[in-house]
Design a protein around this ligand. Structure first.
Ligand code: TNX
Length: 502
């Protein structure tokens, strides 16, 4: 049964006989207290109805919604049973229970004159363990409130990773005590001369806490050895001379060493490799980042290092992946780092070529698996949220094969991108939002929705053919049914003409 507005599509949905559950003020929530609070808030936001708690005085014969963790089934899985006289949500763990509640939120239908949930049985578990979104806070700064709003949107679609791209040519955004000049000298900058900003360590901690409360892990990235023009402003001794030969002036003003860069060109800057000052810098920033980050991953970038000679790039990849591993973290790098040098065993590769790999990209992705690691798939022509959704869109870029329609964002299969990767070699799927053209939360919504729903389905749902309803036609109608929920969540999604909104 796939006509229900469920995104990402659950692994198994069976409609049950009988009348729906009536969601009104008399309903009581029982069970896990923090899950009950999540459910209470979601129902109140969606319907205006404030559900009571089981121990409320008049609750003895009230209809119940029971939310419990029962330890059964795979990690992050849940089971949801709706009957006219009660609802049960059981999570394998706290995350599974949270996802069951998100599904329940999508099932609520009606209006102020009456809210109901259809009778149904759902048994659901994620396909991939890593389901990420990325926000580039370097090209444009996004404050804690915006990051929080973004991660809440993602969590509601069962994403469990927030990757923060914390540094680039334009600015360094995370305050580090070991290297205070990074933010002191560069955080005011942004693309186009727009206002910048930074995260204090307290800000960073609050993002991590807020993410954890939504069952999301923060994966921080310091991008190196390219994308480091800002580093050279703060610590000139670690910067190599910019490689401006063949520079594409369309990216904006020509970079000048020591001056803020406000364009959107890439590939000119590099750290000075094989130098003690640089090694000390890299060790300082990742050591401090490891101490600040409870999650298992640190991302060191490695993309578009066109200003770094290949031998230097290989040496950098080798040294930096080993450093991060020695700090007790799993390194992640963009796919270019694969096949460059010896990766620390277990290093994860993030593939950002196309659904049909460009020359060499698949080999680089496979190199991570050869080194005992796994691959995150971010095919740019399918899941890059910063691509224009159509030709007329005000925001966004087009380099990844022109505008990316919702249909194209939907119609790709993770297992078919890099030949030779087994299901186990794929850690998951991540949808990045680069922010060259993105300044505000409204801008984020305008590019992210509804395509983020397609990425969520690629990351969570069984592949096409393994679940009825895992089709484009079903997806566009299921997304269409989410409009009222998204509106009450204050998401300013564009009314994509590809969706049948209901
Ligand atoms: C490529 S994808 C980049 C970013 C840009 C993005 C814009 C990747 C690893 N690097 O530096 O922001 O394109 O779409």
């Amino acid at each position: 049964m796939t006509s229900l507005p469920l995104v990402p599509l659950p692994a198994a949905v069976t409609s049950a006989d009988g009348p729906p559950f009536a969601l009104d003020r008399g309903v009581r929530i029982t069970g896990d207290a923090s899950a009950a609070a999540v459910l209470h808030r979601l129902v109140a936001t969606r319907t205006g109805v404030h559900l009571g708690h089981a121990d409320d005085a008049d609750a003895s014969d009230a209809a119940r919604i029971a939310v419990t963790v029962d330890g059964a089934g795979p990690a992050e899985s849940y089971r949801l049973a709706v009957r006219h006289d009660g609802i049960e949500v059981r999570g394998a763990d706290a995350a599974g229970l949270f996802y069951g509640i998100q599904t329940l939120g999508q099932l609520i239908t009606g209006s102020a004159s009456g809210w109901t949930v259809p009778a149904v049985d759902i048994d659901d578990a994620p396909r991939f363990a890593y389901r990420g979104v990325m926000l580039d806070v370097a090209r444009h700064f996004h404050d804690v409130a915006t990051v929080t709003a973004f991660l809440e949107r993602a969590a509601s679609l069962k994403f469990n990773v927030l990757h923060l791209h914390l540094s680039d040519d334009q600015a360094w955004r995370l305050e580090l005590h070991s290297r205070p000049e990074l933010t002191a000298r560069t955080a005011a900058g942004a693309v186009g001369g727009d206002p910048g900003g930074l995260y204090t360590q307290a800000d960073y901690r609050s993002i991590i806490e807020h993410a954890a409360a939504h069952h999301m892990t923060v994966v921080p990235e310091f991008d190196m050895p390219g994308h480091t023009h800002a580093v050279g402003i703060a610590y000139p001794e670690v910067a190599a001379a910019p490689a401006l030969e063949g520079w594409d002036a369309a990216g904006g003003p020509t970079p000048v060493a020591g001056e803020a860069y406000t364009g959107i060109g890439v590939g000119f800057s590099s750290l000075r490799i094989g130098d003690d000052a640089t090694d000390a810098f890299v060790a300082d920033v990742f050591t401090e980042l490891a101490a600040l980050t409870p999650g298992p991953y640190l991302h060191f970038g490695g993309d578009e290092a066109h200003g770094t000679p290949p031998a230097d790039f290989a040496a950098f990849v080798e040294r930096t992946s080993a450093l991060i591993a020695s700090l007790g973290k799993t390194p992640i790098a963009w796919h270019e780092a694969g096949a460059a040098g010896d990766l620390a065993p277990g290093t994860v590769g993030q593939y950002w070529s196309f659904v049909r790999p460009a020359e060499g990209a698949a080999d680089k992705a496979r190199a991570f698996v050869t080194a005992g690691g796994r691959v995150i798939l971010s095919p740019a022509d399918a899941v890059y949220l910063d691509m224009k959704p159509d030709e007329t869109a005000a925001l966004g870029l087009t380099w990844a094969n022109g505008p990316t329609s919702l249909e194209r964002a939907y119609r790709w299969e993770p297992a078919d991108v890099v030949e030779g990767l087994s299901e186990d070699d794929i850690l998951g799927v991540e949808a990045p939002l680069w922010t060259e053209t993105v300044r505000t939360l409204d801008d984020i919504d305008a590019l992210t929705f509804p395509r983020i729903a397609a990425a969520a389905e690629a990351a969570w749902s069984p592949p096409t053919g393994r679940a009825p309803g895992r089709t484009w036609e079903s997806f566009r109608s299921r997304v269409g049914g989410l409009g009222p929920l998204w509106t009450t969540l204050d998401i300013r999604f564009p009314a994509s003409p590809e969706v049948s909104w209901t």
